[in-house]
Design a protein around this ligand. Structure first.
Ligand SMILES: *[C@@H]1O[C@H](CO)[C@@H](O)[C@H](O)[C@H]1NC(C)=O
Ligand SMILES: *[C@@H]1O[C@H](CO)[C@@H](O)[C@H](O)[C@H]1NC(C)=O
Ligand SMILES: *[C@@H]1O[C@H](CO)[C@@H](O)[C@H](O)[C@H]1NC(C)=O
Ligand SMILES: *[C@@H]1O[C@H](CO)[C@@H](O)[C@H](O)[C@H]1NC(C)=O
Ligand SMILES: *[C@@H]1O[C@H](CO)[C@@H](O)[C@H](O)[C@H]1NC(C)=O
Length: 344
């Protein structure tokens, strides 16, 4: 979805893209347009507190103005920017005129109340950003047309079983930084989902019914102590898996769980592992720092060490465990010949 405003970028979200490590430019954040200089409302009917530039008459800029209420929305609008305000309520009527809306940016407000049918008539809605509000639940009757739904940094503690039902095109779902204890199988209908972030919640289990198209799965900073058997066998594209800051033990990880080709990055740092789990030779980044690992088992990386078959590992982090350089066997170089960082 490219429109002229997307060419004017600010780095508002970029720090998120880098804060969690490498290779994360897959997080294609939609940047916020630069503030338009001075009000210019010659693009047509426009609420007094917003700007509707004539060069881009289907967009309405109302961000960063201390607004406490939703403005009215002229029906021609496709893109509305309402982020960084003090809006607390989105009523059932708020989007009555908004049947053409494609993007609705409402992040960083104080939204506590959303009418049960507030978004129901937005049949063309592609992206809805509600991050950084005070929501305690996933809004009801969200449009099935959504592709990108951001609900991170709220106070959501429960997700109803049908919260995402019918969203067959949803590819990005951010629920990180909430207080969700259990996801049930609520994600199972999201057959296009490629990025799921449920980090920084209170999950005790890996969510059930995870969609097969997932490419990035972020579950860090929860209380997960085990991975279900054959967990990765039903994903065809999984590449990035983050499980740092959980309660994983070796007992909770069935033997070949991570020995699956396709994985590029696996973050198991800040858990309770005593041994290095077996990983596939195709893995490139493995984070194991701050566990209780007591031995360096080369067989975790290469079951047969020979000149043709070696690990593709580039980064292996092992600091904050119970091993030192002396524990690394001398023939490791054959297997881990690309691993440039082995921090001990
Ligand atoms: C709908 O649009 C009309 C005409 O632009 C406007 O007068 C009215 O206030 C709008 N209603 C809402 C709820 O935005
Ligand atoms: C939203 O949450 C913040 C932080 O917890 C709080 O300061 C604020 O008063 C809340 N706003 C509303 C409208 O509940
Ligand atoms: C999903 O996307 C396809 C292709 O763009 C479209 O035909 C279909 O109507 C969309 N589904 C929903 C529920 O919007
Ligand atoms: C890892 O998986 C490969 C391919 O399926 C298999 O050949 C190898 O024996 C497994 N490694 C271990 C240590 O089980
Ligand atoms: C390397 O060895 C593993 C088992 O350790 C095997 O599954 C894989 O096919 C081998 N790869 C090559 C290129 O020989």
């Amino acid at each position: 979805m490219i429109h002229p405003a997307s060419l004017l970028l600010t780095a508002g979200f970029l720090h998120l893209a880098f804060s969690n490590g490498v290779d994360q430019l897959f997080w294609v954040y939609r940047m916020q347009p630069l503030a338009i200089m001075g009000p210019d409302n010659s693009g047509g009917d426009c609420p007094a507190e917003c700007d509707c530039p004539p060069t881009f008459p289907v967009a309405m800029y109302c961000n960063n103005r201390g607004m406490i209420q939703m403005p009215y929305i002229p029906s021609r609008m496709k893109y509305i920017y309402l982020q960084h305000n003090l809006i607390t309520t989105v009523s059932d009527e708020a989007f009555k005129n908004g049947t053409n809306l494609v993007w609705v940016m409402l992040h960083e407000n104080q939204i506590t109340n959303i009418g049960k049918r507030a978004f129901a008539s937005l049949l063309n809605l592609d992206s809805l950003y509600l991050s950084g509000n005070n929501l305690t639940e996933v809004p009801s009757n969200l449009p099935n047309s959504l592709r990108d739904l951001r609900l991170n940094h709220n106070k959501i503690d429960k997700v109803s079983p049908n919260a995402f039902e019918g969203m067959e095109n949803l590819t990005t779902l951010l629920l990180n930084h909430n207080t969700i204890k259990d996801m049930g199988s609520t994600l199972k209908s999201l057959k296009s989902l490629t990025l799921l972030d449920v980090s920084q919640n209170q999950l005790k289990n890996v969510p059930g019914g995870l969609p097969a198209m997932l490419h990035q799965l972020y579950l860090g900073s929860n209380s997960i102590d085990a991975i279900p058997g054959n967990f990765f066998s039903h994903f065809s594209n999984m590449q990035y898996v983050r499980l740092s800051h959980n309660a994983l033990t070796n007992k909770g990880i069935p033997p070949n769980t991570f020995n699956v080709s396709g994985l590029v990055e696996l973050d198991l740092s800040f858990n309770k592992l005593e041994r290095i789990p077996t990983v596939s030779t195709s893995l490139e980044h493995l984070y194991l720092q701050a566990n209780q690992i007591k031995e360096f088992s080369l067989s975790s990386f290469c079951s047969v060490v020979d000149v043709l078959n070696f690990s593709k590992l580039k980064i292996l982090r092992l600091e904050g465990n119970e091993i030192t350089h002396k524990d690394v066997p001398s023939d490791s170089a054959l297997c881990l010949r690309l691993a440039s960082v082995i921090a001990l």
